[in-house]
Design a protein around this ligand. Structure first.
Ligand SMILES: Nc1ncnc2c1ncn2[C@@H]1O[C@H](COP(=O)(O)OP(=O)(O)O)[C@@H](O)[C@H]1O
Ligand SMILES: [Mg+2]
Length: 251
């Protein structure tokens, strides 16, 4: 249902005008099948968010293409992709002064159905009555805003949903229900791509995709992924250095 074809995203290494370019997404080829639950993982800075943003149209493709349900969407805007049924939950959701959670849900669903709102909000562990009329502004905690973002994404009833680290900042009690909601209730109607390091998501993935340095280095089940994940997580400076070229490298 979604194909990445020789996908590249190139950006300057620094803000310096003459700065060299780097392939942040470095030639990805992959086909996501309809109705499956994919979990993308990999070291910090490996390109997971950049890939998610390329699929949603937030990042411009440098070269290659993205095909969604047989249609080349590479040059479509975010809105056009949303209309085709692609939804995206940000790793760091935006906050809007003066806009309530109810407004966001209403915009996402296009309807004003209170019962449906309450049911949806309840599922991500937010007290429905106290939250619906709260403003989605700086006063909300990091976890609260992530729950709101998730509910809004789900409310749009997407064909393809991309969740960038949906568990970040979320209390331990909500992670289990969140995994069940995304995996058991929404899949296979929705094809899901979850960016996460959380074992709870890795455990239920149909396919795990490991990204390192902008490339897909593994696709498959958890058992074979685990040794690779342990290896990749050794060094926090992994992206910036190449093996033993950096004195801080722990490899
Ligand atoms: N628009 C951009 N311009 C320059 N560098 C970027 C841009 N977007 C991401 N990067 C860099 O690309 C790398 C991958 O970022 P990201 O995709 O956010 O990683 P991840 O989500 O895997 O932690 C990081 O080093 C980040 O600083
Ligand atoms: Mg990220």
């Amino acid at each position: 249902m979604l194909e990445l074809k020789k996908l590249y995203f190139t950006a300057p290494v620094s803000d310096d005008e003459n700065g060299a370019l780097r392939n942040i997404i470095d030639g990805m080829d992959f086909t996501f099948e309809k109705g499956k639950f994919y979990v993308i993982t990999g070291p910090n800075g490996s390109g997971k968010t950049s890939l998610a943003k390329l699929i949603m149209g937030i990042n411009p493709i440098s070269s290659g293409s993205i095909i969604f349900e047989g249609k080349d969407i590479s040059n479509l805007s975010i809105t056009e992709r949303a209309k085709l049924g692609i939804a995206y939950s940000f790793q760091q959701p935006a906050r809007f002064k003066g806009i309530t959670f109810r407004d966001l849900l209403s915009m996402a669903t296009g309807i004003d159905n209170e019962k449906k709102f309450l049911e949806m909000v309840g599922r991500v562990g937010i007290c429905p009555l106290s939250f619906l009329d709260k403003e989605v502004d700086a006063r909300l905690s990091g976890g609260e805003i992530k729950k709101i973002e998730l509910a809004t994404t789900i409310a749009s009833n997407p064909k393809l949903a991309i969740y960038d680290e949906p568990d970040t900042g979320i209390d331990l009690w909500t992670i289990g229900p969140m995994v069940s909601l995304l995996k058991k209730e929404l899949t296979p109607k929705t094809t899901s791509i979850v960016v996460s390091h959380n074992r709870a998501f890795l455990d239920v993935a149909d396919v795990i995709i490991i990204i390192d340095k902008g490339r897909i280095v593994y696709t498959g089940d958890l058992k074979k992924a685990l040794p690779l994940l342990t290896d990749l997580s050794i060094c926090a400076y992994h992206y910036k250095c190449e093996g033993d070229q950096d004195a801080r490298c722990l490899r």
